[in-house]
Design a protein around this ligand. Structure first.
Ligand code: ZN
Length: 313
């Protein structure tokens, strides 16, 4: 089966496995997954807003029929992967304990998105742009109803999928979903396919280890959190980028170089054409947070201002 094209909406990626794509996959435009096992349907990540959450719910109900959507997995705490949970209140909603905790301490209430950042800043322009493409009219948070830690078998219909907690990595509580019978991994934001990843939590070494967990499962198809469907080569590329960034940031930490200088001197090499190269600043900060936080000196707002001002894509 050829890889599905990266166009908006529902695509079959393997027998009984689908992905919902939101191209181009940039800030908050994320993918969802739908898996049918027996007479039940699992949804992986529920999109970023009301319209998109409703659309994925409708697609999942079409696939399984009324009452078939029994289970949701949220791969992590970022809003673009769970803000559509309000359309799945009739299902059990599963996440890692750490992700469920993170969801309850939102940095930004999406209903007040356009107010983020001071007037005239790149952060404010970015917030306004996001407020213009996402719809939070009537939105409310709906949290996971079940949590797990480590590895977890999730029984669905007459079969099961395997959940693997791989965080903290991208965020504090990342998980991936393995559908062994189909050879599919839904990787959440462990994979930003053909685009620059961002490390909110780290350690970066654990993000790299999370790529290794995906590779160890030898999937035929990897559905990333953002971007088009990948094979294992796409995961190896992401691993290569993160290893290069970790090497550079570690050298800078050891030399006591300020974090912004470490960012300015980072050469992404063969990954330089990936969009959102400036996310490297935040990922380098994760290395500093681990080994030498006193050499960072940037607040989240300071860092985002640089990331967004330099984000040409
Ligand atoms: Zn995401």
């Amino acid at each position: 089966m050829a890889f599905a094209p990266f166009s908006r909406g529902l695509h079959e990626v393997a027998p009984n496995c689908w992905a919902w794509f939101e191209p181009p996959g940039s800030w908050g435009l994320s993918n969802s997954g739908i898996v049918r096992i027996g007479d039940e349907v699992l949804v992986i990540d529920t999109q970023n807003d009301v319209g998109r959450g409703r659309a994925v719910r409708a697609a999942a109900t079409d696939i399984g029929g009324p009452g078939a959507v029994t289970t949701v997995v949220n791969t992590h705490e970022d809003g673009d992967h769970w803000f559509g949970n309000m359309f799945f209140e009739d299902a059990r909603i599963v996440a890692t304990t750490a992700a469920a905790k993170g969801m309850r301490t939102l940095r930004v209430d999406p209903r007040r998105l356009s107010e983020v950042g001071a007037e005239g800043t790149a952060l404010r322009r970015w917030s306004r742009w996001r407020a213009s493409i996402y719809d939070y009219e009537g939105w409310r948070p709906v949290y996971p109803t079940e949590t797990f830690d480590g590895a977890h078998t999730l029984r669905i219909g007459d079969g099961a999928v395997e959940l693997h907690e791989v965080g903290p990595a991208h965020t504090g509580g990342d998980a991936i979903v393995h559908v062994p019978d189909a050879g599919v991994v839904y990787a959440g934001d462990i994979l930003f396919h053909r685009s620059t990843p961002i490390v909110w939590a780290g350690p970066v070494s654990r993000y790299i280890a999370a790529c290794d967990v995906v590779l160890s499962l030898e999937p035929a198809v990897v559905v990333p959190g953002h971007g088009p469907v990948a094979g294992t080569s796409g995961v190896r590329e992401a691993r290569g980028y993160l290893s290069r960034l970790l090497d550079h940031a570690t050298r800078c930490v050891e030399a006591g170089i300020p974090v912004e200088q470490a960012y300015r001197s980072f050469d992404p090499g063969e990954y330089r054409l990936w969009p959102h190269a400036s996310r490297a600043l935040q990922s380098i900060r994760a290395v500093y947070a681990e080994f030498r936080p006193e050499c960072d000196g940037l607040s989240w707002q300071d860092a985002m201002e640089i990331v967004l001002a330099d984000d040409a894509s």
